[in-house]
Design a protein around this ligand. Structure first.
Ligand SMILES: CC(=O)SCCNC(=O)CCNC(=O)[C@H](O)C(C)(C)COP(=O)(O)OP(=O)(O)OC[C@H]1O[C@@H](n2cnc3c(N)ncnc32)[C@H](O)[C@@H]1OP(=O)(O)O
Ligand SMILES: CC(=O)C(=O)O
Length: 552
């Protein structure tokens, strides 16, 4: 076959770092990311080429060793990704990996268009997925066990002959090993002897538990001497544990995805895996300083895939170091280590205190400190704040999700009086359904601002929007800062469903000014009253943030 320009790996990726085969690297531990291939197999993720390039940049910056970019030749998007990644990304840490299958049964490797596409991608590393379970060979490939071994051997040899480094993903390895260990081991030996650098044992159906993974990995190393990797799906919720168990048994290559995205319920989550290896096992698997960027990188990738970051994700979730229970806070006041497994800053996260009806004095004192109030030694004041929080939470307020409303409550107690930028005389909303079916919403607010009575009105697409506009109209002349405030999020919850439409309503509002966001809460007999209260707190907090002093 005549050599085409793509027959050699991209020159920029060929020699030295980052490159194809780097002398000495064979012994290094591999952090292999497959967000762009297996992660993209998650329901609900639909990445453009631009999204994939952005994620690849984030992963390279984080310091993973390998980025599996997709399956070139399977779809135009993945093919284009490899062309553009080579041109547009100056990889500092990672090597780009093209994923594909072994040659088809009965077809020569160099004549199989899917295998050619792997070479044409220009990627210096190729992962070949191979069948390791004899039942799959028979039913899915519809070929003989011997032909499957030949498919693996010849495809690895062909890709090696084109100067690519090869990893072989043994699909369904653990199930195959349970059913026919002799054949599964033969697959590993065939791949390794043909020149695969790493033979990756895959728990494709994700049904394994850590003890089994540990035992099998140890047995395969002892029977074959091959360098092994692990690829664990998360169907039992054990993918991270399974990955760590494989490493403990001798695997030196871990395949993971950012935030655990992947087929069905997902893959081993990259972030807890690398954090465990670095912080618990004391293994250096990332460049120095990378771990401290982990929370930022995790959230940035979630943003690109357009999924809300999981608040409860280990290490990087916003709740990962959030403390709600009063007893915890009282110990944390003495030493944060008493209720935290690591210092959150090691992974770029931070400790947060939550104030709720489960808080005690220590929670309020620590939260006060977080907000810039020193409440040390003020037992009576702190006790009063705790009591008010518990009373208001009983009435339906929730302060753990509304820091700004809590800060106003705390400020009022510290100052011993309530001062605001405006005082409400009354508000009214009117919703009309016209005969033509259109709706009109209007609101009127009567306020006192700096000693003056202000009457303002507003129209909106709903009564709350009209009320918000009327409030802004009444205040904007005195407080032009309000123009910067934007409603970022608005959530309504009915508190006592059993009362139907008469239930109490809680509204949570998040407001931003382009530099920060803050959340406020309101509770009322209806959604408009609750919204008014949350909006009032939102504007008050925003004006305080802007450095203004309340007068009313
Ligand atoms: C466990 C994993 O997640 S592996 C990754 C799976 N990812 C994907 O499937 C996403 C991308 N896939 C695709 O776009 C398509 O499936 C393609 C382009 C790869 C193939 O499409 P098609 O040619 O239409 O085949 P189809 O998807 O119906 O079936 C897969 C074929 O690959 C064969 N195959 C499956 N595994 C292997 C293997 N390890 N080695 C060789 N051939 C294989 C199957 O036997 C089947 O062959 P057949 O077409 O002769 O029946
Ligand atoms: C290769 C792969 O994604 C799997 O076996 O799950």
């Amino acid at each position: 076959m005549t050599a085409t320009p793509q027959d050699t790996p991209d020159p920029a990726l060929r020699d030295g770092e980052p490159g194809a085969d780097v002398p000495g690297d064979r012994d290094a531990f591999h952090v292999f990311d497959t967000t762009l291939r297996d992660g993209a197999q998650r329901e609900g993720i639909n990445l453009t080429v631009a999204d994939k390039l952005t994620i690849a940049r984030h992963l390279d910056e984080f310091g993973v060793g390998f980025i599996e970019g997709g399956w070139p030749g399977a779809n135009p998007r993945d093919t284009e990704f490899f062309q553009r990644a080579r041109r547009e990304i100056d990889f500092r840490h990672a090597r780009l990996v093209a994923f594909g299958a072994t040659r088809k049964a009965g077809v020569a490797a160099d004549a199989d268009p899917q295998v050619r596409a792997l070479i044409d991608s220009g990627a210096p590393v190729v992962t070949l997925v191979a069948k390791a379970h004899d039942r799959h060979v028979e039913l899915a490939l519809r070929t003989t066990p011997e032909e499957n071994l030949a498919m693996i051997r010849e495809t690895v040899q062909y890709v090696r002959s084109r100067d690519r480094r090869v990893f072989v993903d043994c699909e369904h390895f653990f199930d195959g090993y349970a059913a026919n260990p002799g054949y599964a081991l033969e697959v590993v030996r065939t791949a390794s002897d043909a020149g695969a650098d790493v033979v990756v044992l895959c728990d494709t159906n994700g049904g394994m538990l850590p003890s089994r993974i540990h035992r099998v990995v140890a047995e395969v190393i002892s029977a074959t001497g091959a360098r092994l990797g692990i690829h664990a799906q998360d169907d039992t919720g054990c993918a991270v544990a399974n990955t760590l168990a494989a490493v403990e048994a001798g695997a030196t290559h871990v395949q993971c995805t950012a935030n655990g995205y992947g087929e069905r319920v997902g893959n081993a989550n990259l972030f807890p895996v690398v954090a465990a290896l670095e912080l618990k096992e004391n293994r250096r698997v990332l460049p120095p300083g990378a771990l401290a960027e982990m929370t930022r990188i995790s959230h940035a990738i979630a943003e690109v895939v357009n999924l809300t970051p999981s608040t409860h994700q280990p290490y990087v979730g916003v709740s990962a170091f959030a403390h709600k229970a009063g007893l915890h806070a009282s110990a944390i006041k003495v030493d944060p280590d008493l209720y935290q497994h690591i210092d959150p800053e090691l992974v770029g996260n931070s400790m947060r205190m939550l104030v709720s009806d489960m808080a005690g004095r220590a929670s309020v004192e620590l939260k006060g400190r977080e907000l810039g109030y020193d409440l040390t030694g003020q037992r009576e004041l702190v006790g009063r704040i705790v009591d008010r929080v518990k009373e208001r939470e009983l009435a339906g307020y929730t302060y753990e999700a509304a820091d700004a409303s809590f800060e106003l409550l705390l400020r009022d107690e510290v100052q011993g009086r309530t001062r605001r930028f405006f005082r409400l005389e009354s508000w009214r909303t009117i919703t009309d359904r016209r005969p033509d079916g259109e709706q009109e919403n209007e609101a009127i607010v009567k306020l006192w601002v700096k000693g003056e009575r202000v009457v303002a009105s507003g129209e909106g697409n709903g009564p709350v929007n009209a009320l918000d506009r009327a409030l802004r109209a009444g205040l904007e002349r005195t407080f032009p800062e309000l123009a910067r405030f934007q409603l970022v999020d608005y959530r309504v919850r009915i508190l006592e469903g059993r009362h139907g439409t008469q239930s109490a309503t809680r509204v949570l509002v998040t407001t931003g000014d382009g530099t920060a966001e803050w959340s406020t809460v309101g509770v009322g007999e209806n959604v408009i009253a609750a919204s008014w209260e949350a909006l009032q707190d939102a504007y008050t907090h925003g004006l305080l943030r802007a450095g203004l002093q309340p007068t009313e």
